[in-house]
Design a protein around this ligand. Sequence first.
Ligand SMILES: [Fe+2]
Ligand SMILES: [Fe+2]
Length: 178
Amino acid sequence: MATDVITLITQDHRVVEGIFDKLKKGQGDQKALVFELHALLLAHARAEEDRVYPGIDAHHSVEEHKEAEVLLDSLVRARPGTAEFAKALDDLIESINHHVEEEETKLLPSLKKSADAKELERLGKAFQQRRAEELAALGSPTEPTRAELYEQAQQAGISGRSQMGKEELAQAIQEGKS
Ligand SMILES: [Fe+2]
Ligand SMILES: [Fe+2]
């Protein structure tokens, strides 16, 4: 698995776009997707600001992170299915798409030119570590995903788990403990 900073950052961008896509189509648990998006975007932005941007001229990018954070807050506060939610989502997508395009066409290519392979690996590790710290800190108040619940159910040996939805899995795990 590649661990250079450019690959890692680009991978995150694609994951974010995947979540946007599901939110736009109204697929899956919208609240859970927003929680996931919130944690991922904040952790990604912090890791970039603290471990990657310092070596390059990225003032403009930091400003865009701030703008995106405000829009993200509006999305977190909005109720899925409402007009506010749709508007907050569109605004956030527009802002992030613009930012991602700039990173991928300007910042990352210039970083690639200025750093050798070893340095890109070193930055990759630093980025990943900082991102993981932030995710751990942000992840606690959020609800577990279905995949996480499924894993817990598997460990607990709960039968019929593959047919269960998120709520049923959570309930079965609770019952298994008591
Ligand atoms: Fe990024
Ligand atoms: Fe960024």
